[in-house]
Ligand binder design. Structure first.
Ligand code: SAH
Ligand code: SF4
Length: 390
């Protein structure tokens, strides 16, 4: 398994433009931390709550990128803030727009690492798929991200920063409450295992849910996990968002090979955690994601076992046709196989939409995300090998 590099202090602060040291980023701080930071630069105690509210609204409601634009703060306070803090978002390296409207962003974060975020417009919603790590320490055999060597957790600033960057790009700041949002939903289904970075994911999602900021309902945020059981329990208590499980197999034997974390947390243990997830009901169902891999997990017996296993859990089943990537060891199941599988699941009473691959032309679909730096490094290594072989 790939090691996960820790978040070091230098990743939490932003280098100053003049090269003289680095500054803490106000983006990504919870209200309490923001208050402490303001106290630290001499804002009087009795003003803190009001100042936090003002700065919060500028950052998360109006999307300003400079302290200078925070016009309801005095010039002195603005200068003091600019002297001591940064307001830094991930930087867009490339933006690709698919023929179906899907937008894929390659983002550069502190330290020069890169992650991807994907915006998927639909008729009734707009979903931003965000990353929680650079790469992933897990090595699910069908997932491109899992083959990436470099791994580090994203900071809360980098996680919520993906939302801010997408809103910049969609020009969606300062709209009156109640207006239809272009960015209405968040799914933590990009690069990384969110429950190996629970604290930062929690902080970022609590910011996303804060009513005086991005103001998304917790029902519009879905966290997808490969099944880190102890963290599922924490996520239920501390975040309270919707849960998706990357299930993908109906026996421990097959799941052990597809989703290696299953060797530690078996199917029965995972389903127990699902049964105990808070607020489960018909309107708050768990999504079971199931990638359709030809001749691996797509038989009628699999479909029948699947519905038996999840019996009693308010659930929907999301069938994902496998999205191929260069060198992948699997094939997508045939369409008639996927339909027959979906039929069995439907007849058992579960909604089972087949997820239409989006942004295929720009490699933006589930499991295809992998940063360009890694690709570049790999091809450099390959070139070296080729030269060696000459
Ligand atoms: N690490 C988390 C979230 C990111 S992956 C998790 O595993 O749940 C988001 C979803 O895409 C997961 O269900 C994952 O299993 C699925 N996925 C990964 N690679 C895929 C591929 N090549 N084709 C289709 N789905 C894939
Ligand atoms: Fe990591 Fe999820 Fe990919 Fe598995 S499917 S390697 S947990 S990103």
């Amino acid at each position: 398994m790939t090691a996960n590099a820790p978040i070091t202090q230098d990743l939490l602060t932003i280098p100053r433009k003049d090269g003289e040291g680095s500054l803490p980023n106000l983006i990504g701080m919870r209200r309490e931390a923001l208050g402490e930071a303001l106290a630290g630069i001499g804002i009087p105690e009795k003003q803190i709550k009001m100042r936090v509210g003002q700065i919060w609204a500028w950052i998360y409601q109006k999307g300003v990128q400079s302290f200078d634009d925070m016009t309801n703060l005095s010039k002195d306070i603005r200068a003091n803030l600019a002297q001591n803090f940064a307001l830094t978002r991930p930087e867009i390296v490339t933006r690709q727009i698919s023929t179906d409207g899907t937008r894929k962003y390659l983002l550069r974060i502190n330290g020069g690492h890169e992650v991807e975020a994907v915006y998927i417009p639909e008729s009734d919603r707009g979903t931003l798929c965000i990353s929680s790590q650079v790469g992933c320490t897990l090595t699910c055999s069908f997932c491109h991200t899992g083959t990436q060597k470099l791994v580090r957790n994203l900071t809360a600033a980098e996680i919520i920063g993906q939302v801010l960057v997408a809103r910049d790009d969609l020009e969606e700041w300062g709209k009156p409450a109640g207006d239809k949002r272009l960015l209405s939903n968040i799914v933590l289904m990009g690069m990384g295992e969110p429950l190996y970075n629970t604290d930062n994911v929690r902080d970022a999602m609590l910011i996303a849910m804060d009513n005086e900021g991005v103001a998304l309902s917790r029902r519009r945020i879905t966290l997808s996990t490969s099944g880190i059981v102890p963290e599922i329990i924490r996520a239920g208590d501390e975040i309270g968002c919707m849960l998706a499980i990357s299930f993908h197999a109906t026996t421990d034997e097959v799941r052990d090979t597809l989703v290696p974390i299953n060797r530690k947390h078996k199917i029965a243990e995972l389903l127990d955690a699902c049964r105990n997830y808070p607020r489960l009901s018909n309107s708050e169902r768990i999504t079971f994601e199931y990638v359709m891999l030809k001749d691996v997990n797509d038989s009628d017996e699999d479909a029948r076992r699947l519905v038996k296993l999840i019996a009693g859990i308010p659930a929907k089943i999301n069938l994902i046709p496998f999205n191929p990537w260069p060198g992948a060891p699997y094939e997508r199941s045939d369409w008639d196989r996927i339909e027959t599988f979906a039929d069995i699941v439907n007849k058992a009473g579960y909604a089972s939409p087949v997820r239409t691959p989006r942004g295929e032309d720009i490699m933006a679909a589930c499991g295809q995300l992998k940063s360009a730096t890694e690709r570049a490094r790999k091809s450099a290594a390959q070139i070296a090998k080729e030269i060696e072989g000459l």
